[in-house]
Design a protein around this ligand. Structure first.
Ligand SMILES: NC(=O)c1ccc[n+]([C@@H]2O[C@H](COP(=O)([O-])OP(=O)(O)OC[C@H]3O[C@@H](n4cnc5c(N)ncnc54)[C@H](OP(=O)(O)O)[C@@H]3O)[C@@H](O)[C@H]2O)c1
Length: 346
């Protein structure tokens, strides 16, 4: 098929293009050319800013289009409207953040979503989920019966720019005393971007429509099993210290960003977060590689990108995650607390 990808050069889109090309499809990229403009030398590239400059798409047609980078409803609407006559099938990459905070566990595709924000609200950092809801509605309105909405949970793997899962892969590879947050049995959900991409291409080939959550893995995964899955398997000496959430919160540790993938259980806002249903996606062919493979490939990519020095126990300077110094301080304070000494001063 001829496939148009709006985006396609950072993470999910990049894997999507690779998956589509490897399945023999002819791909066209539309983006501004700011990120990795030289990627995919054999793929057609159209340049433009989707916020106001869609000219390069006019008069063209494709079998299908995938929008990986829609965050504002008026922008999502503009491309879907323009392409409604020129493409047969249209996919929008949304997010599980459409479900409300505090959603009860086991949200499925029929579960209620957040209300879209009032018109004119465009602060994506502040209103990410509600804006995705509004984008979904725009795409569905522009492409009735021809739209596919994918709602991923946390996406991980090589080229992930967020350093969330990558923090754990790097940290564990560095060895030593690792601060592990919260309860070891707490469930987490991650999906490898490559599994998402391969599946998405197959869905588009079959012109599947409707809404699909996209979370993984197939079986429930605990935090402890996830961290274990990140062990590089080359004899690195790792000692996990599980630190409870009361202590982390009392010491000002930021859930999710400073301690990636950790969400306090005491906060009902996160109750349903890692309990999103995947059955519909699995029934539609979503499969999962092993966590070990994801971790291994993520580490190889990260080392290639930043050099092995960042694996050294002396420091980690990632966007998400905590410094080794902060981790050491917390571990010392945790030990002191257990032995009756004073807690960490903030
Ligand atoms: N990461 C997660 O855990 C997670 C979870 C749930 C959902 N999601 C969703 O998954 C998607 C992932 O995106 P990604 O960054 O990985 O996709 P990507 O397609 O790999 O990269 C984003 C692309 O969008 C292009 N782009 C950005 N702004 C543009 C504009 N104004 N006009 C034209 N092109 C533009 C960028 O190129 P230029 O900058 O060169 O234009 C780049 O090619 C997002 O929709 C996100 O909400 C992510």
């Amino acid at each position: 098929m001829n496939l148009l990808v709006l985006g396609g050069t950072i993470f999910v889109g990049r894997h999507l293009v690779e998956a589509a090309v490897s399945r023999g499809h002819s791909v066209t990229l539309f983006n501004r050319g700011r990120n990795h403009p030289d990627l995919f030398p054999d793929v057609e590239k159209l340049r433009g800013d989707r916020d106001g400059d869609l000219g390069a798409l006019r008069g063209r047609s494709w079998d299908a289009a995938v929008d990986t980078c829609g965050f504002l409803p008026r922008v999502a609407r503009a491309s879907a409207d323009l392409l409604s006559g020129g493409v047969e099938h249209y996919t929008f990459i949304s997010s599980c953040s459409v479900y409300p905070e505090g959603a009860v566990p086991d949200v499925d595709e029929e579960s209620p979503v957040q209300a879209p924000p009032p018109q004119g609200i465009e602060d994506v950092a502040e209103h990410y989920g509600p804006l995705k809801v509004a984008c979904e509605r725009e795409v569905e309105a522009a492409m009735p019966g021809r739209g596919l909405i994918i709602r991923p949970g946390l996406i991980v793997g090589p080229f992930d720019p967020s350093n969330r899962f990558t923090y754990w892969v790097r940290r564990i590879a560095a060895g030593g005393d690792v601060l592990a947050p919260g309860r070891p049995d707490r469930e987490v959900q991650v999906i490898d971007a490559r599994d998402l991409a391969d599946w998405l291409v197959r869905l588009v080939e079959r012109r599947r429509t409707g809404i699909y959550n996209a979370v993984g893995p197939a079986e429930p995964l605990t935090m402890a099993a996830m961290l274990e899955g990140c062990l590089p398997g080359d004899g690195v000496d790792v000692r996990m210290t599980w630190v409870d959430e009361e202590f982390l919160l009392a010491n000002g540790v930021e859930p999710w960003t400073e301690m990636p993938l950790w969400l306090p259980e005491g906060d009902p806002a996160y109750d349903g977060f890692f309990k999103v249903k995947r059955e519909k996606a699995m029934a539609a062919g979503l499969t999962y590689r092993s966590l070990e493979e994801t971790a291994r490939d993520t580490l190889a990519w990260e080392i290639g990108r930043t050099g092995p020095s960042k694996v050294a126990p002396s420091g980690l300077a990632l966007d998400a995650g905590m410094s080794r110094e902060r981790e050491r301080q917390l571990l010392d304070a945790w030990d002191a607390r257990k032995s009756g000494l004073a807690p960490l001063e903030s």
